[in-house]
Design a protein around this ligand. Structure first.
Ligand code: NAD
Length: 506
């Protein structure tokens, strides 16, 4: 067994994952670091999918009666378990998804953070008391859990996005069933093992409160179509959302859709360029350009265009591409050969449209022919054409000029996606205009920081083809609950609303 496969097996075994569940099965798991096989997993059969969803429903029936603050205590316990295992789980994220180690660890930190947030939230799942028009009446809202919440996740955040959903869904009293990306099933098995450990230590959490379904699209569809699944939170490409959204709507199930982005930043003449360059570099090249919030379009005011571009080229030329486990590496591999092909296709299209492309070529590392490392690409585009408007999930930064802010905002919003956005400026009027109703049309709009790297405290998600869903902080918990409006009559009369009279004979 190679070192990397060995490390993987060691981490999984330390977490208590049974050897046969990652060393036999019909599904090959590869690490993008070398392209080699690091595990074999078994797809969950259709009958087993049904059994797990039914078991989750039974868990929900018990869990909904556990007081919310007690549920919060359990989530806190799970957060502590994650903290105790942060190094190993973060390392596994790096091995399976290819992100650099500090990002792998950051992803686990995000899981811990959202557990703490959800634990606090467990004492704040409150409704309103509303003034009524009738004497001796009281009107209020109560919030109840939905049932089984399905979670479908993408390869690029193999565990953090699950945690955003899981922590909130559980604290709200739901049970969860997770269909991770077929490219990252091992981190899911590892996380589930840690969840079960926390549940055993805690006591009082029902069996099957959380479970994992292994497989690709077909298994995801089975989860989406199951009548016992009240909500599906699905993270992935817009293509996936186009299939999942209507299927859920057909049976009136709830959905949270977190789909593709095509994020831009506007750089104004007053911007602090040192800060801007650092922010742009992280947002465009972090996670090898494979974040939903990756910066893919940079709109630069024409008077500073030449100077900024020259500085960006220096940074792009010097960035360390290589093994994500090595200190000093900033850009790890692409997830697979398909990602490499789609990057090259986009760059060819850009060249054909008159762009000048800097970087973007494959970086060959000895003994790693099956892995796909690339130099991040800076692409000077003459205009925002269809290639730029499409999300290509790779480190490509299209750079374009603009004359005035109005034009910049028009170009900024002229894409089908609406996830994250930024403006770099020290001019208050420009910043506020960008954040106003006539500014960015995205779910996330920032000033003087890049579009990626959100904190868990805010609501995360985007508009248009990004799907409209929100996950994580703020009042997002409401998506995981149903609202009941209660009117209570504590008098002896029966006044009807709107003064309606309906006198029956005594
Ligand atoms: P993907 O769409 O290929 O797969 C995502 C998940 O959906 C996988 O688990 C997959 O098996 C499942 N799936 C695919 N088709 C399905 C179907 N018809 N029914 C049910 N499940 C189905 O995405 P990916 O390549 O893993 O991830 C990259 C994409 O995800 C990018 O577009 C990125 O922008 C997006 N993403 C969005 C967010 C966000 O919060 N908006 C976060 C992370 C990633």
């Amino acid at each position: 067994m190679s070192t990397i496969a060995n490390d993987t097996a060691e981490i999984l075994t330390a977490f208590g994952v049974r050897k046969e569940s990652f060393s036999s099965g019909d599904f090959c798991v590869r690490t993008p670091i070398t392209g080699e096989t690091i595990g074999q997993v078994q797809s969950t059969a259709a009958a087993e999918v049904n059994r797990r969803i039914e078991a989750a429903q039974a868990a929900f029936i018990e869990w909904r009666n556990v007081p919310a603050p007690k549920r919060g205590e359990f989530i806190l316990k799970f957060g502590e378990t994650l903290r105790a295992n942060k190094e190993r789980l973060g390392c596994l994220v790096t091995i399976e998804a290819g992100k650099i180690l500090s990002e792998g660890l950051g992803e686990v930190q995000e899981m811990i953070d959202v557990c703490i947030f959800a634990a606090g939230l467990s004492r704040q799942l409150h409704g309103l008391t509303i003034a009524t028009e009738r004497p001796n009446h009281r009107m209020m809202e109560t919030w109840h859990p939905l049932g089984v919440a399905g979670i479908i996740s993408a390869f690029n955040f193999p565990v953090a996005v699950w945690a955003w959903n899981a922590a909130l869904a559980l604290v709200c009293g739901n049970a969860i069933v997770w269909k991770p990306s077929e490219k990252t099933p091992l981190t899911a098995l590892a996380t589930q093992a840690l969840f079960e450990k926390a549940a055993a230590d805690f006591g009082g959490a029902p069996q099957n409160l959380s479970s994992v379904l292994i497989g690709s699209r077909g298994v995801g569809e089975a989860l989406v179509d199951h009548p016992l699944v009240a909500l599906v939170s699905a993270t992935g490409s817009t293509g996936m959302g186009r299939q999942v959204g209507p299927r859920l709507a057909r049976r009136f199930a709830k959905s949270i859709l977190e789909l593709g982005g095509n994020n831009a930043a506007i750089v104004c003449p007053s911007a602090d360029l040192d800060l801007t360059i650092r922010a742009v570099a992280f947002a465009a090249m972090g996670t090898a350009g494979q974040r939903c919030t990756t910066l893919r379009r940079l709109l630069v005011q024409e008077s500073i265009y030449g100077g900024l571009l020259a500085r960006l080229k220096q940074v792009w030329a010097s960035v360390a591409v290589g093994d994500p486990r090595q200190p000093g590496t900033l850009v790890g591999p692409l997830i697979d050969g398909q990602a490499y092909e789609s990057m090259q296709k986009a760059l060819q299209e850009a060249r054909a449209a008159g762009a000048s492309v800097f970087g973007g070529e494959r970086v060959c590392i000895e003994g790693r022919d099956a892995a796909f490392y690339v130099k991040p690409a800076l692409v000077e585009m003459p205009e925002q054409n269809e290639t730029v408007k499409r999300e290509t999930f790779a480190p490509i930064l299209y750079v374009m000029r603009y004359r005035d802010l109005e034009e910049a905002i028009r170009i900024h919003n002229d894409v089908p996606q609406g996830l994250a956005s930024s403006i770099f400026t020290n001019d208050l009027r420009e910043a506020e205009r960008f954040l106003s109703a006539e500014g960015s049309d995205c779910g996330i709009a920032n000033v003087n920081i890049g579009p990626s790297g959100a904190e868990i405290g805010g609501a995360f998600g985007g508009e248009k083809e990004t799907g409209g869903g929100r996950e994580s902080g703020s009042d997002v918990w409401k998506f995981y609950m149903r609202r009941a409006t209660n009117t209570i009559n504590y008098g002896s009369e029966l006044p009807l609303a709107q003064g309606v009279q309906f006198e029956i004979a005594p």
